[in-house]
Design a protein around this ligand. Structure first.
Ligand code: NI
Ligand code: MN
Length: 230
């Protein structure tokens, strides 16, 4: 059985026994965060892209746990310069973690590290999402993205049990596009992410659940700290 915990914003942790991985840890400075970075015990830290609201605690968690950061080539290289172990990959590629297999999928967004003091923008490769195959289950973390039609292909080629889809609008797709994405991905269950953390991305989780069910889809707006078992 897999335990999938939602830590707020886009941060998801998947655990089975002693094996655990966390995606997009943004806990420090996240008003909705349900755990402290020091409490996280994982072997892997997966990053969808380089924005602060996704990588904030990645280096600290990796160092605390002697864990590996997994990201697209450019972001993995940047993270390796922060003194953490990394494994790089790229869109379409698969990676075997032993207990779980990953595939990196596209996301349409941007990805850079911004250094305001130097007015510098460090390009960090393409943004991405992750398909995670573990214990016969398939979980999609879509990263930050709009609705794009290749989601149909991902849905046809994978039997997705749970899809974590952004729906905060403004920086990613909003609720209506996320429902369309859920349809195209044929996800058995949808969990909305990337909303309500800040006023700019305010959305109604229960309205989204209702919108999904009006389309014959099933979803759950998890609160930070909630988890599901698969
Ligand atoms: Ni972003
Ligand atoms: Mn974001």
């Amino acid at each position: 059985m897999l335990k999938i915990a939602y830590h707020g914003h886009s941060c998801v942790q998947i655990t089975q026994g002693d094996q655990s991985l966390i995606i997009d840890p943004f806990l420090t400075g996240n008003p909705m965060a349900a755990v402290q970075p020091e409490e996280v015990r994982v072997q892997h830290v997966l990053l969808t892209h380089a924005h602060t609201d996704h990588i904030q605690d990645a280096a600290a968690i990796a160092k605390n746990n002697d864990a590996t950061v997994i990201a697209i080539h450019e972001l993995a290289t940047y993270m390796s310069w922060q003194g953490v172990q990394t494994r790089d990959m790229n869109i379409g590629g698969r990676m075997d973690l032993g207990f779980s297999q990953l595939q990196m999928v596209p996301a349409f967004h941007s990805s850079a590290i911004i250094v305001p003091e130097r007015k510098q923008i460090i390009y960090a490769g393409m943004p991405a999402g992750f398909l995670i195959h573990w214990d016969g289950r398939t979980i999609l973390h879509a990263g930050d993205t709009n609705l794009y039609s290749d989601m149909k292909l991902i849905g046809e080629r994978n039997d997705i049990d749970v899809a974590f889809l952004p729906m905060g609008d403004l920086y990613t797709m909003g609720p209506e596009d996320a429902v369309e994405a859920a349809k195209w991905l044929k996800a058995k269950q949808v969990v909305p992410v990337h909303y309500n953390t800040f006023d700019l991305i305010k959305q109604d989780g229960s309205k989204f659940e209702a919108l999904l069910s009006s389309h014959g889809l099933s979803g759950r707006a998890l609160k930070p700290g909630d988890s599901i078992e698969l």
